[in-house]
Design a protein around this ligand. Sequence first.
Ligand code: ZN
Length: 118
Amino acid sequence: MHEMSIAVELLTRLEELAVEHDLTRVHALTVRAGVLRGIVPEALDMAFAEAAGGTLAEGAKLTLQITPARARCRLCGERFAPTVDSFLCPRCNQADVEIIEGNEILLLSLDGASRDEN
Ligand SMILES: [Zn+2]
């Protein structure tokens, strides 16, 4: 289940941010993920809950935003929205494309508490 490795990656990033912002607890986070990562939201929820156990993000609510894919054809420059099954350029029918968006995983925001607020 690749959601677990994504959850672990997110937690690592969360912990870095928590140190930067002096947070001792994380209550909620919003993550943006490209559709091409093929994340199953429920699976990520479960993986995150498991990975976050015993960390500063234990019990944190994860909101996932799935963004559509964008690609650019290397041959004709056409920009289009590929699907998981097809990367064919609608203009020249070649699959020599560069993925502009759709593979990213970004931590958009987080909501936490600092030492004083605890
Ligand atoms: Zn093309």
